[in-house]
Design a protein around this ligand. Structure first.
Ligand code: SF4
Length: 361
């Protein structure tokens, strides 16, 4: 049993199941997430007998850090592995008043969004809860919990590799540990789950926990969105918007952030901006415009800066709150949509894409 796989409730059940008082869970959580301790022998407020027993029946194993790269803008990217040849990427983005950690939820991704490097890698497997929360634990250890009295990781976003709502059962306890005061103690608005639009998953999330929701939209109409986010064939825009409405109808959830990657000549026309205004006006939301970040083998290019500015002006004039995301970490391939990791692809998608690229040359 890897105790990183258990949230607060799970850990209480674990201790009850071995005949120990459930409050041992609180002691262990504090050791692991507040003091960074993973050696049971170092948990000095547990009895010697319990420490020895835990050493026999349990482990505390975070993912292994295989490499660390730092961008010239201070962004840090880690490759983290779990044995068996698979590895994912985790990215830290420092800003003057916050530090955001972008974590992964799957090795690769099955959804195959056409503008995303992770999608091109194919899919290997879901991460476990321990492999998800362990990324935050490892990053906190590498960065140090605090600098000049301020926390280094103030925000966590599940926007790395994978579709988190397709790995709901492992993601939920990880979200719970991010929110738990005995875990990382982050406020609801500082934990964001980003989805490509899995409608039943959005409803499940709304009922399960209070976190912020981001939706990868990328197009204001179904025909175009199907080309960019194939999942749209299953959950078209009208259904997705209805799920977002339901999400914000919960009194705890303030708004949804919609992400819109601007791709040259594809989804960046003034007409798209006007349609977007009509679509989003009814949902309390913010719009995040993301200049497309290229990756090897892609046919897409980033929209020119003047078209990005014009797009932003139209949506803001239409009453939307819209920001343009600054590209960070692109010199180490850590920018949005560039994460690749090391995926033992079970879908053979990456192989097919390479073959198609070869025959087109
Ligand atoms: S954008 Fe997200 S959901 Fe789409 S392929 Fe990339 S990782 Fe998967």
């Amino acid at each position: 049993m890897n105790l990183f796989d258990l949230d607060h409730a799970g850990l209480r059940e674990f201790f009850a199941s071995i005949g120990e008082k459930p409050f041992r869970a609180e002691q262990v959580l504090k050791w692991v997430y507040h003091h960074g301790q993973t050696d049971f022998e170092g948990m000095t407020n547990l009895s010697a007998d319990l420490r020895a027993r835990l050493g026999e029946i349990a482990v505390l194993e975070p993912p292994r850090v295989l490499s660390e790269q730092t961008s010239r803008d201070g962004t840090v990217k880690w490759l983290m592995g779990f044995g068996g040849g698979n590895a994912i990427e985790t990215v830290y983005i420092p800003e003057p008043n916050r530090g955001t950690l972008c974590i992964s939820s799957q090795v690769g991704c099955a959804l195959n969004c056409t503008f995303c490097s992770t999608g091109a890698q194919g899919f290997s497997r879901n991460l476990t809860t321990g492999e998800i929360i362990g990324q935050v634990w490892q990053a906190a250890r590498a960065l140090g919990h605090e600098r000049n009295g301020r926390r280094r990781i103030t925000n966590v976003v599940l926007m790395g590799m994978g579709e988190p709502l397709l790995n709901f059962d492992a993601v939920l306890p990880a979200l719970s540990l991010l929110r738990d005061d005995l875990g990382f103690g982050l406020a609801a608005r500082r934990v964001t789950l980003s989805t490509a639009g899995l409608v039943p998953g959005i409803d499940r999330l709304r009922d399960a926990i209070d976190v912020a929701l981001a939706v990868s939209l990328h197009a204001p109409e179904d025909d175009l969105r199907e080309q960019l986010v194939p999942l749209n064939r299953k959950y078209p825009i009208a259904e997705l918007m209805a799920a977002c409405q339901r999400y914000v109808s919960d009194k705890h959830k303030r708004s949804v952030t919609f992400e819109y990657t601007l791709i040259d000549g594809m989804n960046d026309h003034p007409e798209h901006a006007r349609k977007l205004v009509k679509l989003l006006r009814r949902v309390p939301s913010k719009l995040n415009l993301i200049p497309f970040n290229p990756f090897p083998g892609t046919r897409f290019r980033c929209s020119p800066p003047e078209r990005i500015r014009a797009f932003q002006e139209i949506v803001m004039a239409g009453g939307l709150i819209a920001t343009v995301r600054k590209t960070r970490g692109d010199d180490i391939d850590a920018a949005c949509g560039q994460l690749a990791g090391r995926v033992l692809d079970r879908t053979r998608r990456s192989e097919r894409l390479r073959a198609a690229a070869g025959s087109a040359q």
